[in-house]
Design a protein around this ligand. Structure first.
Ligand code: PRX
Length: 624
């Protein structure tokens, strides 16, 4: 622990030297950088290693070939239990080169955006790295999003090429990805080409001149492709995420800083060893998959598992079966999955040999001390390190986490910052809170993995993250620091909710509900949910003449506009929303009632019509 403290102090006091040395040691450069951080949080012009040049795919592939070309890079665990496919670094390199040649032959050039709307199949990893090899920017859209959500993301990034699959296979179910893509692309004038991976073999429509099966094109493409020399600060990818207002934003990451941070944190937080089999059960459609299934592990020359299925298919033993089959050493998932499995008791866990496990990670939402303890005691047999890792799409990688075997853990705390990371708590006025305190979690200085901008909208970037507390990056999270300096994330303090570890803007859902003629007004808040962590609780004031079918219709609208993850858990009809005299909805009251807290509602005297509160409470109580 003393070593951690010394290195941590050193990383802050000699921040530039710390990161420059790491960058020089850990990355393979075409031209090594001479500078670390330039610019900062004042003008929001920060860059890292700006005069360096490199290619991200070289970090993940080429540099490993000589020493460990035959080592397994990716183990694809298919939807059906027991079905695995091993892909060596040599194979992966060849497949990426073929894909890069194919993309280039379709007109993709450096700086172009490519949309990947794919299930968890190897082609997704291959396409990411092929984009990186060309210098194109990938924009991955989670394959659970609807056609409308896909369309908006394609249009925002102006992608000319989309890669999808005939169908996705997940938990024994089929997801009609090509059909969804067709519906989306119909409304995207920018799209010229759709390449289709055959996964299920389902019959799908192929539009002549636009759609092509990918397999024959790949086998015809050469297996060599010279990586393009990129500048350190060139964008590597865009990933859309929800905020408290408006449309999802395209969080844009850099090449060198992101790659350094991904590899560095992956090695450190999972205490990576040469023969490890590392299994992150996230989907690559989210940032966890980008950083900790693909870029981090492959930069480290590790063996990484790509899991196509779900934690409950065919039963609650599935993860542990994979652990036993593949002799997994590190396992990384979200609390929502742990809760879903824990519900089924210990037996499904105990049914499989987990002696290979050493590190258990969690991410995406606060983990309660009870669930942490179950993960530690039951899954980890009390002998594995549990790492509760706190980070965000915008941070690129983990910022606060224990280090296995180093940091003494406390159940439910993400513990301490990683090297070079300087968290800071401020009150609502932006005053720094020292020592033991609760407040808004900010970061005092930049780190290499930090997002550089929102695609096409630097002003929104400035406003969203630096507007409220100028000179500091505001995370949107509330947090407590205890007497030992440990951080306890308490959840979002803005209008973002974390549903099953997926980030959702309440305003996004409200906009869809209000568009329905049956809804006069709507407000969406989070409510406690045993499995999802946070459920989606909706209050609506109905227009006249809409009967029982309305709720179902609203759920269908949300599914269509965003996807299954955003469908409300509860819809409560109310005679009116609690509004101040100036017309502002008092969400605090709605949040509290949704939590079943009726007594401690604070000052309601400023409401235009205080009587709506008792009606809302009565309605909520009546639902139980
Ligand atoms: O509220 C925090 C929560 O997830 C948010 C970030 O969501 P997203 O960008 O989708 O990235 C999720 C995966 C990195 C954060 O603002 N969060 C993430 N990790 C934790 C967490 N909350 C508590 N504890 C964590 N370990």
């Amino acid at each position: 622990m003393q070593d951690y403290k010394n290195t941590y102090e050193e990383s802050l006091s000699n921040n530039d030297a710390f990161w420059l040395e790491k960058a020089q040691q850990r990355l393979t450069w075409m031209r090594p950088p001479s500078v670390a951080l330039q610019g900062g949080f004042k003008d929001l012009d920060f860059t890292w290693f700006a005069d360096g040049q490199l290619n991200a795919s070289v970090q993940c592939l080429d540099r490993h070939l000589a020493a460990q070309g035959e080592k397994t890079a990716i183990i694809w665990a298919k939807d059906e239990p027991g079905e695995y496919e091993h892909i060596s670094y040599n194979d992966l390199h060849a497949r990426v080169c073929r894909m890069a040649n194919l993309l280039q032959s379709q007109g993709v050039e450096r700086g172009d955006r490519v949309c990947l709307y794919l299930p968890m199949v190897p082609e997704l990893a291959v396409a990411m790295l092929a984009c990186a090899r060309i210098g194109a920017i990938h924009s991955i859209v989670f394959a659970g999003f609807s056609a409308a959500a896909l369309r908006d993301r394609i249009v925002d990034a102006q992608c000319a090429l989309v890669i999808t699959a005939d169908e996705g296979l997940r938990g024994g179910k089929r997801v009609p990805l090509k059909e969804i893509t067709d519906a989306a692309v119909e409304q995207c004038p920018c799209v010229e080409t759709v390449l289709v991976v055959k996964r299920s073999g389902a019959k799908v429509a192929m539009k002549p001149g636009r759609d092509r099966w990918i397999a024959p094109l790949l086998s015809a493409a050469p297996a060599r492709f010279e990586p393009v020399c990129m500048n350190a600060e060139d964008p590597l990818f865009i990933l859309y995420t929800s905020g408290s207002t408006g449309q999802p934003k395209g969080v844009q990451h850099s090449t060198a800083g992101y790659m350094l941070y991904a590899g560095f944190t992956h090695e450190m937080v999972f205490d990576l060893r040469p023969d490890d089999v590392y299994f992150c059960a996230a989907d690559i459609g989210w940032v966890t998959g980008h950083t900790y299934i693909i870029y981090g592990p492959l930069a480290n020359g590790a063996t990484t598992v790509m899991f196509e299925s779900t934690p409950l298919y065919p039963n609650a033993s599935r993860y542990w079966q994979v652990v036993e089959d593949l002799k997994v050493s590190s396992f990384y998932t979200a609390p929502t999955a742990i809760r879903a499995i824990a519900c089924e008791g210990d037996a499904p866990v105990l049914a499989h040999d987990r002696s290979s496990l050493r590190v258990l990670g969690t991410v995406g939402e606060p983990i309660s001390p009870e669930v942490w303890q179950w993960y530690h005691d039951c899954v980890g047999e009390g002998r594995c390190s549990v790492v509760d890792t706190w980070w965000q799409t915008e941070t690129g990688g983990i910022l606060i986490s224990p280090l296995p075997g180093v940091t003494p853990t406390k159940a439910g705390s993400a513990t301490l910052p990683l090297f070079g990371i300087e968290p800071l708590l401020v009150d609502d006025e932006g005053m720094e809170l020292p020592g033991e305190a609760s407040g808004n979690l900010c970061l005092a200085r930049s780190w290499p993995g930090q997002a550089r901008t929102i695609y096409g909208d630097h002003e929104r970037f400035a406003k969203t993250y630096f507007g409220r507390f100028p000179g500091r990056y505001f995370t949107g999270d509330g947090c407590r620091r205890d007497a030992d300096g440990y951080y306890w994330i308490t959840g979002r303090v803005d209008d973002v909710i974390n549903v099953s570890g997926h980030r959702l803007g309440t305003a996004e859902v409200e906009a869809i509900l209000i568009a329905h003629p049956g809804v006069a007004e709507a407000a969406v808040v989070g409510c406690p949910h045993a499995i999802k962590g946070t459920g989606i609780y909706v209050y609506i004031q109905c227009a006249d003449g809409f009967g029982d079918e309305l709720e179902k219709a609203l759920c269908a609208c949300v599914r269509k506009a965003i996807g299954g993850i955003a469908v409300p858990d509860t819809i409560q009809r109310v005679p009116g929303l609690p509004k101040t005299r100036s017309g502002k909805i008092m969400r605090r009251i709605l949040r509290q009632v949704a939590q079943g807290n009726y007594t401690d509602l604070g000052d309601v005297s400023t409401l235009a019509d205080p009587s709506v509160v008792s009606a809302i409470i009565a309605g909520h109580a009546g639902q139980k």
